[in-house]
Design a protein around this ligand. Structure first.
Ligand code: NAI
Length: 337
């Protein structure tokens, strides 16, 4: 039996992500929590004849910060018994904003929600979507450490949308329209030039003309801006993110159930996962997204793919590390102050 919980389930990502979870054959029970509208979203989805039992839990009316006793009870009821918690709660970007601009609001939201996870489902896999991921994942880790329940193998920053974008945009060059056939590792972090697609490691290999490579890398790094601009103030990527978040959640669930050979890039706490120390030493940072082998206990092994990067990609990794250091520090400082 698998229980999944979506925190921030009424939002632009939360609703389609909850829909995908509702129709997944891998999920038996689905709980939705948000500060608004979850009873409606859950009632709507409950009319779909798929197997997952669904329930919606909402904060007390007007409790937008999720602080009252009534809200605490709603979180407790949503999270108790959870195997997987997916967190897309928080504000999205508007044109002209970077993901870091979201920090002031989303840091507190993620902190509060992960505190509830620590209390009510300390053994669950926690998948953080809320931006800036480069900082919200360190916040989540510090909250879990403080509560004495941190299992680094079960904390994941969801960077799958970057992978999905790399796999999609490369098709414009390869002409190959079947995404299942293209695997592009994307490493580093999840914002601007902390995102490093390793096209040299694409499988099957793709010959990218030199004059097209920089634009392709830039498009993966800043692809989110295309959506923010096109939505013109109405938010950022929601549908492609719901797809990506669900794809990652399904991989985690399959691995928890014992399926072998599942590898996904994800932003993890390196000192706490097998193979991570070597990567932390090479990068000088404690958090980094690398392809990770998933298993019944979460991350079984982080793969050090950095050595296989070509010279151009090595330069991108150096840039990435500079930005990541600051982002990680902001998260740790916020959570420990
Ligand atoms: P949205 O504003 O449409 O939805 C956010 C939801 O979170 C709302 O329903 C809101 O009521 C809820 N919420 C706010 N405070 C809450 C709390 N304390 N507890 C529970 N729910 C709470 O935003 P959208 O577009 O769904 O984006 C959500 C987050 O995902 C943003 O931070 C965005 O930047 C991030 N994102 C991450 C991506 C990634 O690749 N990791 C890609 C795209 C967006």
């Amino acid at each position: 039996m698998v229980k999944a919980v979506v925190l921030g389930a009424s939002g632009g990502i939360g609703q389609p992500l909850s829909l995908l979870c509702k129709i997944s054959t891998l999920i038996d029970e689905l709980a939705l929590f948000d500060v608004v509208n979850t009873p409606g979203v859950a009632a709507d989805l409950s009319h779909i004849s798929s197997k997952a039992k669904i329930e919606g839990f909402v904060a007390a009316k007007g409790d937008m910060k999720g602080e009252t006793e009534e809200t605490e009870t709603a979180k407790k009821n949503a999270l108790t018994g959870a195997d997987v918690v997916i967190i897309p709660a928080g504000v999205p970007r508007k044109p002209g904003m970077t993901r870091d601009d979201l920090f002031n609001i989303n840091a507190g939201i993620v902190k509060g929600l992960v505190e509830a996870c620590a209390k009510y489902c300390p053994k669950a896999a926690i998948l953080v979507i809320s931006n800036p991921v480069n900082s919200t994942v360190p916040i989540a880790a510090e909250v879990l450490k403080k509560a004495g329940v941190f299992d680094p193998k079960k904390l994941f920053g969801v960077t799958t949308l970057d992978v999905v974008r790399a796999e999609t945009f490369i098709q414009d060059i390869s002409g190959e329209r079947n995404t299942d056939k293209v695997v592009v590792p994307v490493i580093g972090g999840h914002s601007g030039n902390t995102i490093v697609p390793l096209f040299s490691q694409a499988k099957p290999s793709v010959d990218i003309p030199g004059d097209k490579l920089d634009a392709l890398v830039h498009r993966v790094q800043f692809g989110g801006d295309e959506v923010v601009k096109a939505k013109d103030g109405a938010g950022s990527a929601t549908l492609s993110m719901a797809y990506a978040g669900f794809r990652f959640a399904e991989s985690v669930i399959k691995a928890l159930k014992g399926e072998k050979g599942i590898v996904e890039p994800t932003f993890v706490y390196l000192p706490g996962v097998s193979g991570g120390d070597e990567i932390a030493k090479a990068t000088g940072v404690d958090y980094f997204s690398v392809p990770c082998e998933l298993g019944p206990s979460g991350v079984e092994k982080a793969t050090n793919i950095l050595g296989s990067a070509n010279d151009n990609e090595k330069k991108l990794i150096d840039e990435c590390i500079k930005g990541l250091k600051t982002n990680i520090e902001s998260g740790v400082t916020f959570a420990t102050k």
